[in-house]
Design a protein around this ligand. Structure first.
Ligand code: ASP
Length: 364
């Protein structure tokens, strides 16, 4: 990991920019090729320079290249490392915000993971691009500038995603288009805001604010305590993190995959269910067998919009509005917090941030 400080002005507060790769840092051999590129080639410092983002107004920038990957290959180890870097930087009094450059493919998963484990009182803004940096008209530079603008907004907090002039909350954002620049949606809850000429127009409360909490419909079938969870995330070897898989309910579904996963020692299952959380009868029988064997099972809807509404005849709990991929992360983290781990997965994780820095982060 490479850390450098870029000081465009004599500023007193810092914005930390963490690079992880993605199309935003992708390069194609032919200019104008928007799809035949390699993700994760251009360093984050160079991205900032080409976007003209080094003149970040009142802030000094700190730049760290945490990884350089195509986000389709995102790993638990990199999530653990990102959680550690964010924890470190958020604890510094003079750090106002973190911006993370990331691929679009798993961006919603990383955003939700960080949202759940950090619950930051400062902004952690993920941004991305649908076109590589070598495109004739790349979208990354504007997204990066917009992300910096949101990061520098007074009072901003929570894990946010900025793409195509739109600001999304980590809990709601989903990639919904495979090619268009405006690839993300926040569905029914809607956008957190929009960025216009470098200014945020906010439409909803900041994530984690009292107003936002009042709008959420409960904690879900888990009880995540942020501080305890973060300690587990940082100090448990990722090989030991509970194994949670997603299975799909579809026409002609059977219990084959569920039975195989249970035989392999899976600890949690999320069923991506039809409509209002309905599950093919054969799959349902296998999921009930899994529950009886001690596997934690949740139902989430495979519909793009909406959430499972509980009924009197439910036999399996629902994900309290989380879509399947996010329900998987929440369940994995809930099990991790409960001390469930993959047998023989080891215990060592990253070295601990000192307790005083954790306390100062919480007291903001
Ligand atoms: N495969 C790329 C990634 O997720 C796609 C992108 O960034 O748009 O890293």
């Amino acid at each position: 990991m490479n850390t450098s400080s870029l000081t465009p002005t004599a500023a007193s507060r810092r914005i930390v920019v963490l690079g992880t790769g993605g199309t935003i840092s992708g390069r194609a051999s032919q200019q104008g090729d928007n799809i035949g590129y390699t993700a994760g080639e251009v360093g984050v410092a160079q991205l900032l320079e080409s976007a003209g983002a080094l003149q970040a107004g009142a802030h000094t920038l700190v730049v760290e290249q945490v990884a350089q990957i195509d986000s389709k290959d995102m790993s638990l180890a990199l999530w653990q490392q990102l959680a550690a870097r964010c924890t470190h930087w958020l604890a510094q009094d003079d750090v106002a915000a973190i911006v993370i450059t990331h691929g679009t493919d798993t961006l919603e998963e990383t955003a939700f993971f960080l949202h759940t484990v950090l619950q930051p009182r400062k902004p952690v803004v993920l941004t991305c691009a649908m076109r590589p940096s070598s495109a004739l008209v790349p979208d990354g530079p504007q997204n990066l500038l917009d992300a910096m603008a949101v990061a520098g907004t007074a009072g901003a907090q929570g894990v946010l995603v900025v793409c195509a002039g739109k600001v999304h909350a980590a809990r709601d954002v989903q990639k919904v288009h495979s090619y268009q620049l405006d690839a993300f949606s926040s569905g029914i809850p809607g956008l957190l805001g929009v960025v216009e000429e470098g200014r945020l127009r906010r439409l909803r409360p900041w994530p984690g604010s009292a107003e936002d909490r009042a709008l959420q419909n409960g904690a879900g079938p888990w009880d995540l305590t942020q501080e305890a969870l973060l300690c587990r995330v940082l100090h448990t070897a990722v090989a030991a993190w509970p194994r949670v898989e997603v299975v799909l309910s579809h026409a002609g579904a059977s219990g084959l995959l569920v039975d195989a996963l249970v035989a392999q020692g899976v600890q949690g299952l999320v069923v991506s269910a039809t409509g209002n959380g309905t599950v093919h009868s054969e799959l349902q029988v296998a999921l009930l067998r899994a529950t009886a064997a001690g596997v934690r099972v949740l139902r989430a809807t495979r519909c793009t919009f909406g959430q499972v509404l509980p009924t009197a005849v439910d036999t399996l709990p629902d994900s309290a509005g989380l879509q399947p991929l996010k329900a998987r992360i929440a369940l994995m983290l809930a099990l991790l917090q409960e001390g469930v781990s993959v047998p023989g997965g080891g215990v060592g994780g990253l070295s601990a941030p000192d307790s005083s820095s954790m306390a100062s982060r919480r007291s903001e």
